[in-house]
Design a protein around this ligand. Structure first.
Ligand code: ASP
Length: 337
């Protein structure tokens, strides 16, 4: 059982440690100071990434930034770590396949000039984040999809390989026995890595990469490669990125809205919370509500950061000079029932 899953289970059973208990009630209201909703440390660089796999990704990005690598290349380097790790079942190689047993990947990247690149529904390429970067740098387009994205990747020298590991295949075969299309969010089957960086020059960039929701329909594209949904930034204001049920994030243009709220003066915490509340309001009578989970992370130009999720269990990795690389639990609206 992963630490995250244990955390969720423990939270629901009420057996978490004192820190978490002092922070949350079942309503999800933030009570104590153990989890700071936002920290204004003015430190640069600052890297934040979704979920536990954000830790090794942050580590690699940090190392690259400190070695003088460009911010975009450092983000790419960091995100290639979970993409290549077969134990991470929600990103790249080893990711859960769709209902037809095909691993299809989505990714995007964006820099402080608002240049961006994305790939969606890409098969057979282990590092979609690198292909997204090439789309940004070498084409006049923002997104390439499916067969076209694959052809482009091959023309750029990427190698085609089988991304369906034996483990993922076994899980898919097990799923096939019941073939129930019911995405269970927050339980090891989806968790995109999204990363936001405020670099030493005070510029903001970000990236996102995922195998998307497990057992999705063949051809389904989530929020993660869509600029404005899974990721958005404006270098004058800040950046936001999402994880969770992509359909809900697309319906509400989630990450773009978080940035727009920061433009209006909201802190990253207030902005993430308001958009989660909006998603809840729009979905409370919706068929997706039963399994709906969404989480946002955000940073602003001042070096403040925050995360906020609809349901409990979302955490993200933060790396700065003062406290190093660590996990922070996101405040949330409500606990899982
Ligand atoms: N947002 C991703 C998608 O819907 C999955 C996730 O982050 O959990 O494809």
């Amino acid at each position: 059982m992963s630490n995250r899953r244990k955390f969720i289970k423990a939270s629901l059973l009420g057996t978490v440690g004192a820190t978490a208990l002092s922070s949350f009630k079942n309503t999800g209201e933030l009570l104590g100071s153990a989890t700071t909703p936002t920290s204004n440390n003015q430190l640069k660089p600052l890297i934040i990434s979704t979920w536990n796999h954000g830790l090794p990704a942050n580590e690699e990005t940090w190392k690259n930034l400190k070695n003088g690598t460009s911010t975009i290349d450092a983000i790419e380097a960091g995100m290639r770590i979970p993409e290549a790790d077969p134990k991470i079942r929600s990103v790249g190689y080893g990711g859960f396949p769709d209902r037809e047993g095909k691993v299809t990947l989505d990714a995007c990247i964006m820099d402080h000039h608002s240049d961006c690149g994305a790939v969606s529904f890409l098969q057979g390429i282990k590092h979609p984040i690198s292909v997204a970067k090439k789309v940004m740098q070498k084409t006049s387009h923002v997104m390439l999809s499916g067969e076209g994205a694959l052809q482009f990747a091959l023309s750029e020298g990427f190698e085609e390989e089988n991304l369906l590991t034996d483990e993922a295949k076994k899980d898919w075969e097990k799923w096939l026995e019941a073939s129930k299309y019911k995405p269970v969010i927050n339980m090891e089957n989806h968790d995109t890595i999204s990363m936001l960086v405020l670099d030493e020059d005070g510029n903001i960039s970000g990236g996102c990469t995922t195998s998307g929701a497990a057992w999705k329909m063949h051809g389904r594209i989530g929020d993660s490669p869509i600029i404005g949904a899974g990721l958005f930034l404006d270098n004058e204001i800040g950046a936001a990125a999402a994880t969770g049920l992509g359909e809900a994030v697309i319906r509400t243009a989630g990450s773009a809205m978080v940035v727009e709220l920061m433009r209006q003066g909201k802190s990253p915490y207030e902005a993430c919370k308001e958009i989660v509340e909006r998603i809840y309001t729009k979905h409370k009578n919706h068929k997706d509500m039963e399994y709906l989970q969404v989480g946002f992370i955000a940073i602003n130009k001042k070096g403040e950061h925050a995360g906020y999720s609809l349901r409990s269990g979302f955490n993200y990795a933060v790396y700065d000079d003062k406290k190093g690389n660590r996990m922070e639990d996101a405040p949330f609206k409500m606990a899982w029932e």
